[in-house]
Design a protein around this ligand. Structure first.
Ligand code: TXA
Ligand code: MG
Length: 310
């Protein structure tokens, strides 16, 4: 049997037993469990050391299954048609008779859902009779994992299984949009806001006012490599790693490039990988050159600001 297929079957077996395992997605790796099960989802919180009040995103591969859990509206269908499967998460009204575990929603009336694009995870979801609750597969507030090795780095032997799907293509979490009343962007991420605005004919920006309340997991400190980060740096100080947006002729051992050619999409993909690499090299601090605040640069800056609050 092909290795991927046997790994998918192993994943299915473990998930059906109520275990939590890591799965690859196009954004970052997720720590997944049966979203209908209280015991399975409680393992996610324990392993991740995640506060109970922070709700989880639920991953689907079929609209039929989703319809049982959420009320779907016009804006949802517009965006779904264009962008799903892909790096966009929708916050919707949860149905009263939905089987989603109360752990997932923290007893709230809304549910964050998405259709991930990674082919292995899509195959896995199609084989299951339930959707998968999955936050990013890192210890709470730490850097999100974009490869099997990163997940191992976070959990060591505590994790039962990691479905290996190579490096995540996008490398940043999904964009979160609430479609409960007026659409609101709750988290910047892998889907550019400008593309969403084009479809909805709106001019949405990250909703700053309600951010803290509406997205409980977007606290100040997040994505942290656990060493100080200095933003908008012109040059590094003694002993600092220096993150640059594009490759320079000038090279020094402590220089880390996010892209070859000033490409913000490529930079987003390399951000977490680079932070993790620097952390392992035992630098005392990190300097980051100014990143243009346009396109994917907005999401990169959002993450860097949070990781600098350590
Ligand atoms: O790309 C992603 O979205 C990844 C992959 C694994 O799918 N997942 C991810 O999950 O980033 P997590 O748990 O690391 O971040 C989810 C964020 C949290 O900040 C959480 O508070 C917020 O989504 N969230 C979950 N349910 C919500 C809801 N009903 N309303 C508002 N925010 C919600
Ligand atoms: Mg996370």
């Amino acid at each position: 049997m092909n290795k991927n297929l046997s790994n998918i079957k192993k994943s299915k077996y473990l998930l059906n037993k109520g275990e939590c395992i890591a799965i690859p997605t196009e954004t970052v790796y997720g720590l997944a469990a049966n979203a209908y099960s209280n015991t399975a989802t409680s393992k996610i919180f324990k392993l991740k050391k995640r506060p109970k009040k922070n709700p989880l995103i639920v991953h689907y591969s079929s609209l039929e299954m989703l319809k049982k859990d959420c009320d779907l509206n016009k804006n949802f269908f517009k965006l779904f048609k264009k962008f799903s499967p892909g790096p966009i998460t929708f916050v919707l009204k949860i149905k009263k008779n939905s089987k989603i575990s109360k752990n997932v929603t923290n007893n709230k009336k809304t549910l964050a859902i998405r259709f991930p694009k990674h082919s292995l995870t899509r195959k896995l979801l199609k084989m299951l009779k339930y959707p998968l609750a999955a936050p990013s597969a890192n210890i709470s507030t730490k850097i999100s994992p974009v490869s099997k090795e990163d997940v191992k780095d976070e959990f060591g032997k505590k994790i039962k299984f990691i479905l290996d799907g190579g490096q995540s293509k996008i490398g940043l979490e999904s964009t979160i949009i609430s479609l409960i009343n007026k659409p609101q962007i709750l988290r910047l991420g892998g889907m550019q806001t400008s593309r969403i605005n084009k479809i909805l004919k709106t001019n949405l920006k990250l909703s700053k006012k309600n951010k803290k309340i509406a997205v409980p997991g977007q606290g100040k400190v997040h994505y942290s490599p656990e060493i100080p980060i200095r933003l908008n740096a012109i040059k590094p100080k003694q002993g600092e790693a220096f993150i640059l947006i594009k490759k320079r002729k000038l090279y020094s051992k402590n220089f880390y490039y996010l892209s070859k050619t000033n490409n913000l999409k490529e930079a987003a993909k390399n951000l977490y990988k680079t932070l993790r690499m620097i952390k392992k090299k035992n630098f005392k601090s990190i300097a980051v050159e100014k990143i243009p605040n346009i396109g994917f640069g907005e999401a990169i800056n959002d993450r860097l600001i949070r990781s600098s609050k350590y």
